[in-house]
Design a protein around this ligand. Sequence first.
Ligand SMILES: *Cc1c(COP(=O)(O)O)cnc(C)c1O
Length: 387
Amino acid sequence: MTQVASHRHTDSDSEQEHVPFFDLSMQMNSLSDEILEAIRPILASGAFIGGGVVSEFEERFARYCGAKYCISLHSGTAALHLALLALDLEPGAEVITAANSFVATAEGIAFANCKPVLVDIDPSTYNLDPELLEKCISAKTRAIIPVHLYGQPAAMKEIGEIAASRNIHVIEDSCQAHGAELNGRRAGSFAQMACFSFYPSKNLGAAGDGGAIVTSDPSLADRIRLLRNHGSKVKYHHEILGHNFRLDAIQAAILTIKLRHLDKWNEQRRNLAKYYDEQLSKISGIVIPATAPGAHPVYHLYVIQVDDRAAIEKALTARGIGSGVHYPVPIHLQPAFSNLGYAKGDFPITEKAAGSIISLPMYPEMSRSQQDRVISALREALPEKQS
Ligand SMILES: *Cc1c(COP(=O)(O)O)cnc(C)c1O
């Protein structure tokens, strides 16, 4: 997972040279007065759990996504876990997801006593390849969780059609895709349920952990509300076995403030991506990210591919430029999931990507001069294209 850097800007030369992989400080500084003002009454009232501040955020976020209900939770992992529990599947039910995702997608499936079944990805979008989906569907398949990886919507139309023809549920892992669009619709409105994370470095991030499920199905919304709060609607009356997975009021207040800026921040990310695309496509040896037809990504991450990643990482580090790899070890090769019985070679496209992807610095407040420093570092490390 992305590390959240708290980077202080000073006038010293070495600090100026530095281009962090991710930087929240400008965003938090510009909003800190407003945030403190929103938190003060919560501290004074002691209403830290639930209440109007939480339901206000839920209403706003549901509306933002184009869904009827939002059930806020304490993490994206909890959202994936509860979305599956809400479907009340039999133990051992198979749930299909992409081999190339953050480990939490598979964790959510395993926590719900289901079996993760992995599918390889489309080499250009890094998202679950719908062409490979049919082969993975068995008599035990109950749900598919496409991940909108790096902020680009998965092939929801194709996936939705395959799922609908077989009565299989679809849940979006939208944890990297707040505000991402496909054919004019927003992530969160493509499937029966969608799971979001508000981890600080996500496009919409809390000042701590947070998450949510959005859905337009009232009975699923009801069941998720029970599951997140000890199976209880009325205090000390517990209808079903539940969890303590609530979002707290302080995080909800912060998210309500930050949600107002999300579209602007996503647009800034898109502008940065456009400039990276233009400049990096002039350098040979770099594969820039592809946009699927109809998709309007939000660039949670800007991921390129290079042949010699170790050399590129070294060159960037030497110039004080941060980078990341999302993700270096695919889910099927993680010791935590060795019980699934997968082996090296099972998902060749995911494995090849895992060896050559590198995520460049990307956050809304990144300056043109910082971006130019990243681009010239890559230009120095790789040859110019002959045209
Ligand atoms: C961040 C993330 C999650 C998990 O979210 P948390 O809030 O960290 O639990 C799940 N899936 C994907 C794709 C993510 O990026």
